[in-house]
Design a protein around this ligand. Structure first.
Ligand code: 13P
Ligand code: ZN
Length: 397
């Protein structure tokens, strides 16, 4: 009786993709969701089996560019592993109203339920992608890819860092995702705010990483979209493995090699991703022309009497901009110890480069921090802490 719908290639492709994703380990429990913008001729094929008497529900955002479109979607709280066993209990066809404000279920979710909680993100991404690809992209896929998620705990959450690090992991990457990947900082999932941030990235990229959560991929069909997620996750897995062996690379694919690759494979890759890495990030290629060993610097400062708790409190609440600045200027593993008997503070920091670190003193945020700390410690006339370098007399690795 449902043969038309069950035999439809877009339905079969959708079911297969859910199963493939589950088998990759990207869909624990109800994790992840998939949506497909159905072609007019495909909807025509199954139209006689759709019901039109369903209730309209608010989407939670506005997608006028998708007015009147039909989507095949996974259900909220439904498990990808069950889709192949009982598709229509777990997935549905929904129709968008003429204003792009509401949806209704026209087929499926037979045992109750509603479309994925990420419907706002999916539809806003669809709307952007439909526009920027002239209607070519039809699939939006959200999955919980283990290795990409792991990387969001150790790499700076910047588009250019993720793009470049992933590209370096497999030669195919710049060809498969030449425009790069975008990164969304951690946000509450399931609502309009994260949908807005993700859809902004989809203007430029086909992949958006949600920090500590998963990825969103967009593509023209199921193969391309699944293949994209698969390639990104594979590159992430290689990076996780590489970093598990050691925190640097002895060799990698260099910017000029990417340019050569792009030329031969006829893809455009933005120069912004081919930045000079030797000075910027911890995960770096080893520069064999210069012995770039870490500089271990120690120094002492003086705290005013009775300010111990206040000093600790202010550091526990260190401003995020200050933290970022320290990393940006090549400071790592920064510790400060207090000798309670003398009120002397002992600082220890690992530096990439002394000159670069010295420049951090000229940043606005550093000056602001010094001004803020001046009432509880000994300072110079410009409010910088009075600091004396200490001599290293022993080191054992
Ligand atoms: P749903 O079950 O509502 O699709 O949510 C799963 C998920 O991954 C949320 O980000
Ligand atoms: Zn999710």
């Amino acid at each position: 009786m449902n043969d038309n719908i069950n035999n439809a290639l877009f339905v079969q492709g959708f079911i297969r993709m859910c199963d493939d994703g589950f088998n990759q380990g990207w869909h624990e429990r109800n994790g992840g969701n998939l949506t497909y913008r159905i072609k007019p001729e495909e909807i025509e094929e199954v139209k006689s089996e759709l019901k039109d008497d369903g209730e309209w529900f608010p989407i939670g955002t506005s997608v006028p560019g998708l007015a009147g479109e039909y989507f095949l979607v996974t259900g909220s709280g439904k498990y990808f592993r069950n889709v192949i066993l009982d598709p229509w209990a777990n997935i549905a066809i929904v129709k968008i109203d003429d204003n792009g404000e509401k949806y209704k279920i026209v087929y499926g979710l037979e045992k109750g339920g509603k479309p994925t909680s990420e419907l706002p993100s999916h539809l806003m991404n669809h709307e952007v992608k439909k526009r920027v690809t002239n209607g070519e992209h039809r699939v939006i896929y959200h999955c919980h890819t283990t290795n990409v998620i792991a990387l969001t705990f150790v790499l700076p959450l910047e588009d250019k860092v993720f793009t470049r690090e992933l590209w370096e992991m497999a030669t195919e990457c710049p060809v498969v995702f030449p425009s790069g990947v975008g990164v969304v900082h951690w946000m509450v999932p399931g609502g309009r705010d994260i949908a807005v941030e993700t859809s902004k990235l989809m203007e430029m990229y086909d992949v958006a990483i949600w920090a500590h959560h998963g990825i969103f991929c967009s593509g023209a069909d199921f193969d391309l979209t699944f293949g994209l997620a698969h390639t990104v996750e594979k590159a992430a897995e290689i990076l996780v493995k590489t970093l598990s062996m050691q925190n640097y690379k002895l060799q990698t694919i260099e910017p000029q090699e990417f340019r050569n690759l792009a030329k031969d494979f006829k893809v455009d890759i933005p120069e912004k991703f081919l930045y000079d890495k030797t000075t910027k990030y911890v995960i770096n290629t080893v520069d064999t022309t210069e012995n770039k060993s870490i500089i271990r610097k120690s120094f002492k400062m003086k705290l005013f009497e009775g300010m111990e708790d206040e000093y600790e409190r202010r550091h526990n609440e260190l401003w995020p901009e200050m933290k970022e600045m320290i990393h940006e200027y090549g400071g790592h593993n920064y510790s400060i110890f207090l000798d309670k008997e003398t009120n002397i503070l002992y600082g220890y920091i690992e530096l990439e480069n002394e000159e670069k670190w010295a420049k951090s003193a000229d940043t606005e945020i550093c000056r602001k921090w010094w001004d803020y700390m001046a009432d509880i410690m000994e300072t110079n006339p410009d409010n910088s802490p009075v600091s004396t370098d200490l001599k290293n007399v022993f080191f054992l690795k």
